[in-house]
Design a protein around this ligand. Structure first.
Ligand code: AKB
Length: 317
């Protein structure tokens, strides 16, 4: 029997790519998408869709009853920069949303649940280079605090109630299908659009702010691989480190200039600089490699080439 999949937060940056991938593999009728807003008629042709607010239990129950998912990807969350602007609501959405999905997953006997964590679980007291899987964390943003609390709850629900939750700590994600919304790593997506559109970009992070990043195709593959791996390979039930590649705006600019030599960058940092400064510069993901055979495909140059190739037609290039 084919899996029946429910994606919560399907219209976001990750959801857009994940839905396209999973519908290609499992067939569109087997993958229900859901998000807080209605979508266009054109999108409704792509497969089943439901308006679902993770804070409304009735919405969740209806989706679970109708679709009977065997696997749920719960992606709905508020990212780092937005959550700093609305800290109480950020906490409520990220935590109560997760609890509601935990409850429904147990009540309706879901086989597996994927929930993303983030490099934001680390903080200023964390070793910043090759950050280990297990170390001091002490996140100092609401988003990071909610992700760390979520990780502890994932492990707790697994140990106490047997819920088969899987999770990875996403680095900054770079894709061309959808824009990110409200994150600190968003510059690394916007820069491609501005490079093609205007030939210049003003970065809100400073030139040497190095952060772990990952091309979306790798992130989608990691998400599906960790979710579909045999249960006995998933030895970490909080969340797995995922390294991706590591660069700063200056390094990314150099990589873009290999394709657009006249590309110009300047810098005007804002409140997101402090968030970025509290996060790791690079990550050790050896546990993901050894436990479920994770392998990265895209390095920085491959990611840049692919982003520019995919986005160029949008800007008449
Ligand atoms: C953000 O910048 O908030 C996210 C993340 C690293 O989780 N992209």
């Amino acid at each position: 029997m084919s899996e029946r999949i429910l994606i919560i937060g399907s219209e976001g940056q990750v959801g857009t790519d994940l839905a396209a991938y999973l519908r290609g593999v499992y067939g569109k009728e087997n993958v229900m998408c859901s998000d807080i807003k209605p979508v266009s008629d054109e999108k409704l042709d792509n497969g089943p869709y439901r308006v679902l607010n993770v804070l409304v239990k009735e919405h969740i129950r209806e989706a679970f009853k109708e679709h009977k998912p065997t696997i749920v990807y719960h992606l709905a969350a508020m990212l780092s920069a937005t959550a700093e602007a609305k800290p109480k609501f950020g906490w409520e959405l990220n935590m109560d949303g997760l609890f509601n999905i935990f409850d429904a997953a147990l009540e309706y006997g879901v086989k597996r649940l994927f929930w993303p964590s983030s490099i934001a679980v680390f903080g200023p007291n964390t070793p910043q280079l090759d950050t280990p899987q297990f170390c001091v964390m002490d996140p100092n943003t609401i988003y990071g605090i909610s992700k760390l609390a979520g990780e502890r709850y994932c492990e707790y629900y697994n140990k106490r109630w047997g819920l088969d939750v899987r999770s990875i700590r996403y680095p900054g994600l770079i894709g061309w299908k959808a824009m990110p919304g409200g994150g600190t790593t968003d510059y690394a997506v916007d820069i491609f659009h501005q490079a093609l559109d205007k030939g210049r970009y003003t970065s809100f992070l400073s030139a040497n702010t190095r952060l772990p990043m990952m091309y979306m195709d790798d992130a989608i593959r990691a998400t599906v691989e960790v979710t579909e791996a045999p249960a006995d390979k998933i030895l970490i039930r909080s969340s797995y480190n995922l390294a991706g590649v590591s660069f700063d705006p200056e390094m990314l600019t150099e990589a873009i200039r290999k394709h657009i030599p006249t590309f110009h960058i300047d810098y005007k940092t804002d409140h997101r600089q402090a968030i970025a400064d509290s996060w790791p510069k690079s990550i050790d993901d050896s546990r993901a490699q050894s436990d479920w055979d994770w392998e990265l495909e895209y390095d920085t140059d491959a990611m840049v080439a692919e982003m520019l190739k995919q986005l160029a037609p949008r800007y008449g290039k």
